[in-house]
Design a protein around this ligand. Structure first.
Ligand code: S3P
Length: 166
C-alpha cells in the first residue's frame, strides 16, 4: 500500500484525520511540521523568525524526499506543501494525495486559540483566511487525487469517506 498524503489549508483537520487513520487502520503517522521542528531543534514559529520562510520550505521539501522512500504511512503535511511543484511531484510518486477542505469560518474557529502558525499571527480573521485560501486553491485542487469536505462532519464520517474513496 502506498502512502496517504493529507494536504489542505491550516486548520482543515490533517493532524486529526492522520491520528484517527493511524488508530483505526494501524498506519504509522508522519507529522511533517513536528518532524521538521525536531530536526531543527526549534519550533516552527522560531524557524520562521530566525531563518525565514524559504528556509522552512527547503526543510519541508527535503523531508518529503525522505518520505518518498517509505510505504504505508499517513502523512500530515504542512498547509503550504503544495506551493512547490516538486513537492507535489514527489507526493504523487509515492502515494495518494487527499485534500481536506473547510470554509474559512470553520478554519477560523479551529485556529483561533493556536499560536503555532506564524503565517496567521495577527491575521486571524475570515477575510485574511479566505484570501489566502483563494490564492492557494488552484494548487490544492490540482494536486489532489481525492477531495473531502470536512465542514460539519464528525471525524469518523470524514475518515470513512476517505477510506471509501481509496
Ligand atoms: C503553513 C502551515 C503550517 C506550517 C507552517 C506553514 C502554511 O502547517 O507548515 O506554519 O504555509 O500553510 P499546518 O497546515 O499543519 O498548520
Amino acid at each position: 500500500m502506498k502512502n496517504i498524503f493529507l494536504i489542505g489549508f491550516m486548520g482543515c483537520g490533517k493532524s486529526t484525520v492522520a491520528a484517527w487513520l493511524s488508530q483505526n487502520y494501524g498506519m504509522e503517522i508522519i507529522e511533517m511540521d513536528q518532524l521538521i521542528a525536531e530536526k531543527e531543534g526549534m519550533s516552527i514559529p522560531d524557524i520562521f523568525s530566525e531563518y525565514g520562510e524559504s528556509y522552512f520550505r527547503d526543510a519541508e521539501s527535503k523531508l518529503l524526499l525522505e518520505i518518498q522512500a517509505k510505504q504505508k504511512k499517513v502523512v500530515s503535511c504542512g498547509g503550504g506543501v503544495v506551493l512547490r511543484k516538486e513537492n507535489v511531484e514527489c507526493m504523487k510518486r509515492s502515494g495518494v494525495i487527499v485534500l481536506l477542505t473547510a470554509q474559512s469560518e470553520t478554519i477560523l474557529e479551529r485556529v483561533r486559540d493556536d499560536d503555532d502558525r506564524p503565517l496567521l499571527r495577527g491575521n486571524k480573521n475570515v477575510e485574511f483566511i479566505s484570501d489566502m485560501m483563494e490564492k492557494r486553491r488552484e494548487k490544492y485542487e490540482a494536486a489532489a487525487d481525492i477531495v473531502i469536505c470536512t465542514d460539519h462532519k464528525s471525524i469518523e464520517t470524514i475518515c470513512n469517506e476517505i477510506m471509501g474513496e481509496l
